[in-house]
Design a protein around this ligand. Structure first.
Ligand code: N01
Length: 528
């Protein structure tokens, strides 16, 4: 089989890429490992999963009728509602007929002579295409830590990122949760409400702000829909491509009185959501400013959690915002429940998992179920799992030995006609993902259309442009506090992973750069 465009993944990136490719009249095919569309939302169906970018923003904008007709029910959409939306889009644009489900891409090799990608799937079939688009997601390879004895555990084991489709009922069970990132912080309050006993194993305490989720206000919805395009345009001008309703304050911490700072923190805590990080102009630039915001949240934890020792253990010490901020519904208050216990594993780790439960520092915790909320091999894990070989047979693994290197986060030198949607080196995970996805898909689709119109066969980043881009991404991150934590943004959660700050901060500047590259005839790329 042969196609003009082959797309890997049927999440929001793959769906829109397929739609654009078909609109250009290209023969396109999607391969998807899951049995349905939705990508990250297909897999992450753990209790309490919902998006922490507001519903009116976390949706496609490429089709006005689509955004007018779809109705969200809550300020922050639940995973099931987002899945209904993804399925609606697939049906509305008749996308399924070009998607093959339950099939995993295992290898992709560039044929230098034929100038085509040869893609092998896990059914042993080879398919070729001129263009290969990796719509594989940034958080799609689960991190399953290698903890001694796990294979001997007698109970049920779950990972939040690979949650079963059938309902998991923890009623009457003794449950352990490992991890305290966004997935844990969303699921812990729900699991605590069901379980007889919940033990949370915490390696690093995390900052979380309340969501204050509520049914979507119909008057607000009507106001946005009356001029959706302007709302989208305002959001695209935000550094993270969302949140124009409450933009980042331009005022620096030192230019405010303590009362003004407190009022700014309080207002944003009450407003709810990720907006909290915009309370000070230099919150993610200046350590002193950051300390003030961090201490405000620690004060809230002390107010909410009744046991001072537990409150202290839940109080993060690192820079706020340099690990992704969490958004919760009742997370800290959950630790006031008599059936919930917090166990510090920051010093000793987990000794081992036994048939009956988990042992930490000599103490045993008997459990019926164990939930790994341990995150992902982010941004590179899924790409490197596929045996991708570019020009001359060079593997992506070799090209990325020192950490991921891309030009614009879209292409890698030595890998012609390979496009990555929201790849490392692009704003991706620091933004509203759907906005970044649409920007990338539009750029890639326009690029393919131009190449074809000019009778050209391939495009590939120049090594020197890529090196300059990698330096730029690092320099931007280096001016902020983002690099100061052991976060998945730098790959610190995966033993042995090269420590590189992977996403690029600043959506509007990035879009300008991408547009300039095109205006200058694909500056930094070789076209042949
Ligand atoms: O994963 P995480 P996540 N032993 O990596 C701990 C997005 N998301 O699935 O911090 C013990 O954040 C680890 O500890 P530490 C969002 O971008 C969005 O929660 O490395 N513990 C940490 O506490 C988010 O950032 C939404 O010390 C281990 C936890 O496991 C991203 O997905 C909802 C360990 C992992 O936290 C990932 O979130 C959910 C080990 N060996 C997720 N290894 C919304 O939109 C790891 N940990 C709302």
């Amino acid at each position: 089989m042969s196609f003009e465009v082959l797309i890997v993944g049927a999440g929001f990136a793959g769906l829109y890429m397929l739609h654009r490719a078909r609109s250009l009249g290209l023969a396109a095919r999607v391969f998807e490992a899951a049995s349905g569309v939705g990508g990250t939302w297909y897999w992450n169906r753990y209790p309490g999963a919902r998006c922490d970018v507001e519903s009116m923003e976390y949706s496609y904008q490429f089709d006005d009728q689509l955004q007018q007709e779809w109705r969200w029910s809550e300020r922050f959409a639940t995973q099931p509602e987002i899945m209904r939306y993804a399925n609606h889009v697939a049906d509305r644009f008749d996308l399924r007929k070009d998607i093959r489900f339950n099939i995993r891409v295992v290898a992709a090799t560039y044929d230098d002579i034929g100038k085509r990608w040869k893609v092998r799937t896990d059914d042993g079939v080879e398919t070729s295409a001129q263009f290969l688009v990796m719509a594989t997601g940034c958080l799609s390879t689960a991190n399953r830590p290698d903890i001694k004895g796990l294979e001997n555990f007698d109970g049920a084991v779950y990972h939040t990122g690979e949650w079963p489709h059938e309902e998991v009922d923890f009623t009457g069970k003794r449950v352990g949760v490992i991890g305290t990132g966004s997935s844990a912080i969303q699921s812990i309050p729900i699991i605590a409400g069901q379980a007889r006993k919940l033990v949370v194993f915490q390696r690093t305490a995390n900052y979380s702000v309340p969501a204050h989720n509520a049914p979507l206000d119909p008057a607000y919805e009507a106001r946005i829909k009356a001029d959706y395009a302007s709302f989208r345009a305002r959001n695209s001008l935000q550094i993270n491509a969302f949140g124009s309703n409450l933009p980042r304050s331009p005022v620096l911490a030192r230019d405010m009185t303590p009362q003004e700072r407190r009022a700014a923190f309080e207002a944003r805590w009450e407003y709810g959501g990720l907006f909290f990080l915009g309370a000070l102009g230099d919150l993610l630039l200046d350590k002193q400013a950051n300390d003030m915001a961090a201490e405000f949240v620690r004060g809230k934890i002390r107010e909410i959690v009744r046991d001072p020792a537990v409150a202290e253990l839940l109080s993060p010490k690192q820079v706020i915002g340099c690990k992704r901020l969490c958004v919760d519904s009742g997370y800290y208050a959950t630790f006031n429940r008599p059936n919930v216990r917090l166990v510090d594993i920051s010093k000793s780790g987990i000794d081992q998992i036994t048939p009956a439960g988990v042992r930490v520092d000599g103490a045993s915790f008997e459990l019926d179920s164990l939930v790994f909320a341990t995150g992902f091999d982010a941004m590179t894990g899924t790409l490197l799992k596929i045996d991708i070989r570019g020009r001359g047979g060079r593997t992506l693994r070799e090209a990325w030995e020192a950490g991921p290197r891309t030009y614009l986060g879209i292409n890698v030198a030595g890998f012609p006609n390979l496009f990555i949607i929201a790849g490392p080196g692009s704003p991706s995970v620091l933004t509203n993902m759907i906005v970044s996805i649409e920007q990338h898909v539009n750029w890639i689709a326009d690029c393919i259309a131009r190449l074809r119109a000019q009778g050209r066969a391939s495009i590939e980043a120049r090594p020197e442009a890529q090196e300059a881009w990698v330096e730029h991404v690092n320099a931007v991150a280096g001016r902020t506090l983002y690099t100061q934590c052991n976060s998945w943004y730098v790959g610190a959660n995966i033993p042995g992973k090269k420590r590189v700050f992977m996403p690029l901060l600043g959506f509007p500047d990035y879009v300008t750069k991408c547009d300039e590259v095109v205006a200058k005839g694909y500056e930094g790329f070789d076209i042949s």
